[in-house]
Every structure is written in structure tokens, then in C-alpha cells.
Design a protein around this ligand. Structure first.
Ligand code: UPG
Length: 448
């Protein structure tokens, strides 16, 4: 019930359909059109379950069934906890299905493990995170870094991976400071507990991207399996989600030169403040680079005269775009990204280097991976150099110029192109992700 989780799961469904599996998608009323649209023309069945949010203080208006529609992401934990009301409907529907080989459910829907156990169906978890971030969080947790006495922004070396240094600020404050008994704490305990006790995890990644971390997860927890079957975004032809009429931004993009356009977008749910939007606008204007900027916020007004001043060179849109199509266009030469894992993977597959500007969830650790481990991006400069420090127009302008016009940008583009090639090889017949899916199918279907 979050676009960043739904989209890769839909791609995974396509992979299974292509291998002649019969696939049933469970969703809720308001989410059904998105799912049905994405899977149109396939043989997937869709089951719609009712969802009524009932929270203690009624902060979540009725009819909200996806995190990108929440009035504020601070309501996320209440929203996620409320999904447990779907469980009886889910189980009723499971009773009507023919024999099920396995279920793949979102890591946030912890209660699906109980249902899976009741019906003797192996549950595979999908969290949508990289093996790098799961490994880093696990090691940091075991070393007690997030509860240590050091200042929030002091970097601490991971004993297991000594070249990686992280600080408390790399973990979301709502998780770091969650008190036992609080909703965030209970939610984390439930979802992590259910995940650990599930049969295995499906990962939207590929072995060659992060071999050390895939091996680490596989060897440190032998009772739980990991299958890297990605990049899942390659399961679908680019552009297959779009309608028939070319959107105005694609027509605009098609008039530009190779590698000349900077794409700026922050995923489906990050909350960018009005002050930050103002700094982005002014930074992009000052940089003189050509840009395509997706502003999700409907009620924020662009600075006076901005559109006239950047006319021809820059375009700002508020619609839902086909991001994969944009990142696969050779005219796009850089991406200012919040580092949601899907966006990182899509950027890698498109061969597009990044300016990493993490905002929430595990994105700060993803940003470290992008810059320090994969070497396919630079970190957005904050005014005080701190991980969660504020970003000003000078930082925006400097970083995007470095990416689009500097020597470092050229090197990063070369690095990411290598990974893009490896990504394609991984999903081809005989590639690592192809084989991982073979093993998954063989193991779970033979088990039945
Ligand atoms: O206009 C838009 C906006 C988004 N997208 C797509 O939406 C997805 C967004 O996913 P992601 O980049 O991962 O960002 P979030 O939506 O913020 O994802 C959440 O889920 C991810 C997977 O768990 C986490 O890595 C993130 O931190 C978390 O915020 C991607 O496939 C984008 O291509 C579009 O196609 N068009």
C-alpha cells in the first residue's frame, strides 16, 4: 500500500507470469485501478479487499489507502498498523483459492505471516531494500551504534565492514527514538519479527551489484533465504505503463541533446518542505543546467517569474510521470534523487549518475551506497556538512554543475554504464537473477 513497494512487486508478478505461473494479486479498492492498469493484458487475477482505516485519533481521512495520499508521513505508522483490519478478509479470500505454492507479501504487512502459517503457505517477504542497507543496519544494530553515547553525527566504523562508517543520523529519528510501547516501536517489532520468521526474502537487486552484502546475508542467516531477482524494473518494457498520447515532458525532452538534461524527483512519498522547494528552484535556475523537475506538491507556487526565466531550458511538472521511461532516455544525463531504492536501481539501469539527496526511510544509507560503494553519484551538499543538514541553493547549483559538467560527472557516468550492462546481463537467461528465480521456483514448487 505504498507505490515504492507496489511497483516492484508488480514487476515481480510479471516475471512469474512469464514463467507460466498463475498469479493472484491482493489489493484494496482504491489501489485496484493502479494495479489493474499495470497488469492489463496479462493473465493475473486481482482480488479486492476492503480496508477501513480506524485509528485512535482519526487523523487519517477515510478513503486513503496508499502512503503517497497520507496528509503527512508522520501518520505512516498508524496507517501501517491499521492494515491489520484486512487480515480476516484476506483469509476468507485465501480459502477460495486453488492450491497456492507460495505468497510474496510486503514486509510492512506483518500479519500476512499468520495467515500464511494458518494456510500452510510459505511466505516470502518483500521489503524493497538493498542487501547493502539491510546488512549495514543489521551490523550497526549489533554494534549498538544507534544507542551509543556518541553525538548524532559522529561517524563510527562498522567492525564487519571497516570501510563503511555510519552515524546515528543515518537511521530515521522515528525509529531511532521509538520508545517501547509506542506505535513505531510496536510496528518495527512486528514487521521485523514476521520477516525473520518467514521462509525467505525476495530482493530487488542483482548479485553483481553488491556481492559482498548478498553473501553476508546468505551466510549469517542460513535459516532465512535471500533471492536477488532484480532489477525488477527490467521485467517490463519501458513505456509499457504509459497511455497512447505522449506526455508534454517527453515531447520536450525529445528536443534536447544527449546527456544534457538533469532529472529531479523525490519518489512517491518524500515530503519536501516549501523552503526546500524554493532552494531547489533557485539552485536549478542559478546552475544554468537543463532540467526536468517533478514537483509532487500541488499547492506550492513556483517563485515569481521562474518559468519565464528558465523557459526552454527547464521544465517543472506536477503529474505522475513514467520515471523509468525518463531515466532510459539518452538525453537524461543526471538525476537528483532522494535515493529510494527503486529510483537508485532505475537510475543504474538507465546508466544515469546521481546527486544523492536522501530524505527519509533507509535513503541515507542508500545515499552512502550510491556515493561510497557503487561510486555512481555524489552527495548533495548540506550547509553545515551534516547528514540531515539543510540544503541551500548554492549547494544545489554546485552539485548539479559538478554532475552535469564536471570531470567527476564524466567518471560517474562511466561507472554507472558498467553497472547498467551488468544489470541487463543478470536478468537475461542464465544470468544471476534469472538463475535465482529458477532456484526459488524449483525449491518452493518442489516443496509442495
Ligand atoms: O512521478 C513518479 C514518481 C515515482 N515513480 C515511481 O515510483 C517509484 C518510487 O519508488 P522509490 O524511488 O523507491 O521511492 P519511494 O516511493 O519513496 O519508496 C519507498 O520504498 C522504497 C522501497 O522500499 C524505499 O527504498 C524508499 O526509501 C521508500 O521511501 C519508482 O519506481 C518510480 O519510478 C514514477 O514512476 N513516477
Amino acid at each position: 500500500m505504498s507505490k515504492g513497494h507496489t511497483i516492484p512487486l508488480l514487476h515481480f508478478a510479471r516475471l512469474l507470469l512469464r514463467r507460466n505461473f498463475s498469479v493472484t494479486l491482493f489489493t484494496t479498492t482504491a489501489n485496484r485501478p493502479f494495479i489493474a492498469d499495470s497488469l492489463s493484458g496479462t493473465a493475473a487475477s486481482i482480488v479486492t479487499l476492503p480496508f477501513t482505516v480506524s485509528t485512535t485519533n482519526n487523523d487519517i481521512p477515510p478513503g486513503i489507502e496508499s502512503t503517497d495520499k497520507l496528509p503527512s508521513m508522520s501518520l505512516f505508522f498508524e496507517f501501517a498498523m491499521a492494515t491489520a483490519s484486512i487480515q480476516p478478509h484476506f483469509e476468507q479470500a485465501l480459502e477460495t483459492l486453488p492450491r497456492v505454492s507460495f505468497m510474496v507479501t510486503d514486509g510492512f504487512l506483518w500479519w500476512t505471516l499468520q495467515s500464511a502459517n494458518k494456510f500452510h503457505i510459505p511466505r516470502l517477504v518483500f521489503f524493497g531494500m538493498s542487501c547493502y542497507s539491510v546488512s549495514v543496519f543489521r551490523e550497526a544494530e549489533m554494534q549498538g551504534i544507534f544507542r551509543g553515547p556518541q553525538p548524532d553525527d559522529e561517524l563510527v566504523e562498522l567492525t564487519r565492514f571497516p570501510w563503511i562508517k555510519i552515524c546515528k543520523e543515518d537511521l530515521e529519528p522515528s525509529s531511532r527514538n521509538a520508545e517501547p510501547g509506542s506505535i513505531p516501536y510496536e510496528f518495527n517489532v512486528k514487521s521485523v519479527g514476521a520477516s525473520v520468521n518467514s521462509y525467505g526474502t525476495v530482493v530487488n537487486s542483482f548479485y553483481e551489484l553488491e556481492p559482498l552484502f548478498v553473501d553476508y546475508l546468505k551466510t549469517t542467516n542460513t535459516s532465512h533465504k535471500y533471492w536477488c531477482v532484480g532489477p525488477l524494473c527490467l521485467a517490463d518494457d519501458v513505456g509499457s505503463f504509459s497511455g497512447t498520447k505522449e506526455p508534454k515532458w517527453m515531447t520536450w525532452l525529445h528536443q534536447k541533446k544527449k546527456f544534457s538534461v538533469l532529472y529531479v524527483a523525490f519518489g512517491s512519498q518524500a515530503e519536501v518542505s516549501n523552503e526546500e522547494l524554493e532552494e531547489i528552484a533557485m539552485g536549478l535556475e542559478e546552475s544554468m543546467v537543463s532540467f526536468l523537475w517533478v514537483i509532487r506538491k500541488k499547492d506550492w507556487v513556483l517563485p515569481k517569474g521562474f518559468e519565464e526565466r528558465v523557459e526552454g531550458r527547464g521544465m517543472a511538472v506536477r503529474e505522475w510521470v513514467d520515471q523509468r521511461e525518463i531515466l532510459n532516455d539518452e538525453r537524461v544525463g543526471g538525476y537528483v534523487s532522494h535515493c529510494g531504492w527503486n529510483s537508485v536501481v532505475e537510475s543504474v539501469c538507465g546508466g544515469v549518475p546521481m546527486v544523492a539527496w536522501p530524505m527519509m526511510a533507509e535513503q541515507h544509507v542508500n545515499a552512502r551506497m550510491v556515493e561510497e560503494e557503487l561510486k555512481v553519484g555524489i552527495r548533495m551538499e548540506t550547509c553545515d556538512g551534516k547528514v540531515r543538514g539543510s540544503v541551500k541553493r548554492e549547494g544545489v547549483s554546485k552539485c548539479v554543475k559538478e554532475l552535469m559538467e564536471g570531470e567527476r560527472g564524466i567518471q560517474l557516468r562511466q561507472n554507472v554504464k558498467v553497472l547498467a550492462r551488468l544489470a541487463r546481463m543478470a536478468v537475461q537467461e542464465g544470468g544471476s537473477s534469472w538463475s535465482a528465480l529458477d532456484h526459488l521456483i524449483h525449491e518452493l514448487c518442489r516443496k509442495k
